[in-house]
Structures are given as structure tokens and as C-alpha cells.
Design a protein around this ligand. Structure first.
Ligand SMILES: Nc1nc2c(ncn2[C@@H]2O[C@H](COP(=O)(O)OP(=O)(O)O)[C@@H](O)[C@H]2O)c(=O)[nH]1
Ligand SMILES: [Mg+2]
Length: 463
């Protein structure tokens, strides 16, 4: 039995993480009605002697998680809320003043101050594992703690546990983000992700906002309205601003981890994701798309999606969790992770049906990785997650580089960063060069593919 440890850093990381735990417990409670600790829980939870009962019925269960934030508010809410008994209080780490939207404060100042405590907490979580397979880091790119300290934690995980796979869920800021310095924080964090992660699942807040806007339009259509139980905050209570967005990200994580948590006829180990989808070490950004997506939030006056519709959905622009259209760009590889009543024949038929409309690199035309988990998400009969290693991701990166360049040209706000010990101007130029060369690597693949069309007709040789 293998285990994974979730490290959630900063406000966004902790809020998304808690949504994941809440929904994961619901799924386990749905399958295991007795509410006792069972093997399926063992990949992300551990068994503890507890008198308490969690909101969805499980007793004696504690997450394999480390919660880090440099202000207290979010973590305090979690430990006072309905999920409080899920977290071992020795696995929490907070400070009071926060990182002030400054990557350098998180990465350099708090990173140095809390290095040993963080390593100690991760080691303690690792001691509960028979075979530690994977770290899941959850954070945002635009703030200070998740972005700065989160990426410092990523480097520490690599140093201390080099053999354990590091999968990062990174939330990219929207255009109207209220953090003015978010382009700096994101570009500085990008270099760390590119160098130290095995896989990164980028999620753009702007894309989530657009999905939710469409959901709202749909739910105004005749029908009973938005499904309250799926958008409420963890364990009940009033909805908070990011709840609906975090619900989508948590569902991405649920689908991703379902094979590790439940049985299936075609299981995928988490470390197979990077092995199969990442042909070059730096090009490890996997664009996620989910189906059903709209009925996660909207009411089911929307008919459930049939399996073949879901397969079309995950390749459509409207279902991507970043703003991109993978059908118009080049695939290096693609994973399809199905859940519920999907069959192997559904996978095969749909890959066969769709492959001619997608372009794959010429040296990996059959770059598909598939898995099936028999347990569907609660309230659905099936679901599908696609992870695309696709050059379309460079659009998000180019937009970020442009926003960064606008600030950097005027050297605006730089003094806040440079006053932190360990922070140097050269780190800015190295980070922006790293991002530019990443974009260039995707560009090169695109150019190579357009200069050598796979299906170019061959010359007929007269005989
Ligand atoms: N999707 C999502 N984005 C968030 C959440 N909280 C903050 N953000 C975004 O994350 C960025 C700020 O990072 P935050 O996590 O608040 O900062 P930190 O606490 O210093 O890591 C901004 O782009 C926010 O819009 C959240 O719960 N969900
Ligand atoms: Mg914060």
C-alpha cells in the first residue's frame, strides 16, 4: 500500500486543500457506510484513536497533510470548523503577519526561518507511511506565502525526499487580480516549479470565473437552481468567495487521486503520470480538463453527460481549467482518467473517434495513458479527467510574461523584494529568462510540427 502526503501552503492552498478533504471524505463515506477506517482511506489518511466523528461519518481518521500559512486566519478557521478533527495539530504551522503578497518574504525570510520546522513536520507525516509515493503541493502563484514559501517547500521536498514524486497544483491569478505584484510573484514561482516539480497542474482563476459565469447563466434557465450541497463551504456554513472555484479544483484532485484511493479495472499509479506524460523534464505542465464540469455546480435540469459526450467535452475549450484550446495546439501526451461505470471499450472507442482531430508530436502519435476507477464521484455515475501535455499552456505563460514585463520595465515595486535578505535583482532576470526559455521550448515543438506535417503525401515513385 502506498501513501501520499498533501502539503497545503498559504490561503488558497489551505482553502482548496480543505475542500478536497471534505469531498474525499464524502466519497469514502458513500462507499463505506459503516464509517470505519478501511484500506481505501489508507492512501491519504491514517488511522488514529479518536472519539470524534467527522461530518461525513468516518471515525478515527486523520489526514496525511501538512498545513502551512504565515497568517493565522485560514488555518484557525479550519481547526475550529467541522473538519477540525481531521488534522493533527502538530502538523500545522502558522505565523501571524503573513507574507504581504511578496514572494521574497515567503521564499527567503519565512523559508529560512521555518525550514527546519517544515522538514520536521513532513518527516513526521512520512513516518506514518509504509511506502511514501507522492507529495501533493497545493498553492497559489500570485500571493506571497503559497507562491514564495510554497515553492521553497517544493525545493525542500526535493532535497529531503528526492525519490518521492512531487505533483503541484498551482492556481494562477486572474487578470483582475487584486494583488498588483502577482506577476512578479508568479514569474519568480514559475522558475521553481519548472526546476523542482515532477508535474504541475496549472489552474487559472480566470478560467474558473468564466466557467462559473456560464454555470450561472445555465442555472437561471428553468429548473430548480444551483445545487446548494455542492457549492456550500466545507461541512456546511455560508458560502465564501472562492468556494465554487475551489470546488472545481478539489474535483480535479479527487479524480486525479481516485485510482490511488479506490479499486478499478485499470489502475494508474500516481508516479506513472510523470513517467508517461513528461517526455522532457521541464515540460511537465499538464493542462487539466474535467467532465462533467457544469453539473458539478449547476442544477441537473442539465441532463447527465453520456460517456461519449464527456470524452468530447474534455477536449473542448470550455472545459479546460486554464484558458486554452488544446485542439488547436500540439499534444506531447495525454492522460484520460475515467471513473464510475465507464468501460475499457468506452476509452478505446473514444480515443479512436477523437485522435484524428488532435495533433500529436510525430514521435509519439499514440501518446495516450488511461485509467479507470470503479467508484464514481458522489451524485454522478461517471466522470472523466484529462491531463494534456500540450503546447497550448504557453499562452498562459506568455500572458504572465507580458504582465511581468510591464511592471519590471519601470522597476515598480522592486524595492519591497530587494530589502529581504537573500533576495537579489539577478533572481528576477533568472526567473524571467527561465520562463522565456520554457515558452521557447514549446514554440520549438510547435514550429517543428508545422514544418513536418505527419500525413504529408509521399511522392509516388514510378515503376
Ligand atoms: N481559486 C482560489 N484562489 C485564491 C484563493 N485564495 C486566494 N486566491 C488567489 O490567490 C492569490 C493570492 O494568494 P493567497 O493564497 O491569498 O496568498 P498567500 O496566503 O500569501 O499564499 C490571488 O490570485 C487570489 O485571487 C482560493 O481560496 N481559491
Ligand atoms: Mg495569506
Amino acid at each position: 500500500m502506498t501513501q501520499s502526503i498533501v502539503v497545503q501552503v498559504g490561503q488558497c492552498g489551505n482553502q482548496v486543500g480543505c475542500r478536497f478533504w471534505d469531498l474525499a471524505l464524502r466519497e469514502h463515506a458513500h462507499v463505506n457506510k459503516k464509517g470505519v477506517y478501511d484500506e481505501a482511506l489508507g492512501s491519504f489518511f491514517r488511522n488514529v484513536d479518536s472519539r470524534y466523528c467527522h461530518p461525513w461519518g468516518q471515525r478515527s481518521t486523520c489526514t496525511l497533510a501538512v498545513l502551512v500559512d504565515m497568517e493565522e486566519g485560514v488555518v484557525n478557521q479550519i481547526v475550529q470548523g467541522p473538519l477540525r478533527d481531521l488534522f493533527d495539530t502538530t502538523q500545522l504551522l502558522t505565523d501571524v503577519s503573513g507574507s504581504g503578497n511578496n514572494w521574497a518574504v515567503g521564499h527567503m525570510t519565512y523559508g529560512s526561518a521555518y525550514r527546519d520546522q517544515i522538514v520536521e513536520k513532513v518527516r513526521r507525516a512520512a513516518e506514518h507511511c509504509d511506502c511514501l509515493q507522492c507529495f501533493f503541493l497545493i498553492h497559489s502563484m500570485g500571493g506571497g506565502t503559497g507562491s514564495g514559501l510554497g515553492t521553497r517547500v517544493l525545493g525542500l521536498l526535493e532535497e529531503e525526499f528526492p525519490e518521492v514524486c512531487r505533483i503541484v497544483t498551482s492556481v494562477y491569478p486572474s487578470d483582475e487580480d487584486d494583488v498588483i505584484t502577482s506577476p512578479y510573484n508568479s514569474v519568480l514561482a514559475m522558475r521553481e516549479l519548472t526546476e523542482h516539480a515532477d508535474c504541475v497542474l496549472p489552474v487559472e482563476n480566470q478560467s474558473l470565473v468564466e466557467i462559473l459565469t456560464r454555470v450561472r447563466l445555465l442555472s437561471r434557465a428553468p429548473g430548480p437552481g444551483v445545487k446548494a450541497d455542492l457549492i456550500s463551504s466545507p461541512g456546511g456554513g455560508p458560502e465564501k468567495p472562492f468556494d465554487s472555484m475551489n470546488n472545481i479544483i478539489a474535483n480535479l484532485l479527487l479524480n486525479l487521486t481516485s485510482s490511488a484511493r479506490f479499486e478499478g479495472c485499470l489502475n494508474m499509479d500516481l508516479n506513472e503520470i510523470s513517467m508517461n506524460l513528461v517526455p522532457f523534464p521541464r515540460l511537465h505542465y499538464l493542462v487539466p480538463s474535467l467532465a462533467p464540469l457544469y453539473s458539478l455546480q449547476a442544477d441537473c435540469s442539465m441532463a447527465p453527460r453520456r460517456p461519449d459526450q464527456m470524452f468530447s467535452d474534455v477536449f473542448s475549450k470550455d472545459h479546460q481549467l486554464i484558458r486554452a484550446d488544446p485542439r488547436r495546439s500540439l499534444y506531447l501526451a495525454c492522460a484520460l482518467l475515467g471513473r464510475g461505470d465507464l468501460l475499457l471499450s468506452d476509452l478505446r472507442r473514444n480515443i479512436h473517434r477523437l485522435r484524428s482531430s488532435l495533433s500529436f508530436v510525430s514521435w509519439n502519435p499514440e501518446g495516450w495513458k488511461t485509467s479507470l476507477c470503479s467508484v464514481a464521484p458522489v451524485g454522478h455515475t461517471h466522470s472523466l479527467l484529462a491531463l494534456a501535455n500540450n503546447t497550448c499552456v504557453k499562452g498562459t505563460f506568455s500572458a504572465l510574461r507580458d504582465r511581468y514585463a510591464r511592471l519590471y520595465r519601470k522597476k515598480a515595486h522592486l524595492h519591497h523584494y530587494l530589502q529581504e535578505e537573500g533576495m537579489e535583482l539577478s533572481l528576477f532576470s533568472q526567473a524571467s529568462e527561465s520562463l522565456s526559455s520554457l515558452i521557447e521550448e514549446y514554440d520549438l515543438l510547435d514550429r517543428a510540427s508545422s514544418s513536418c506535417p505527419h500525413d504529408a503525401p509521399r511522392l509516388q515513385i514510378a515503376t
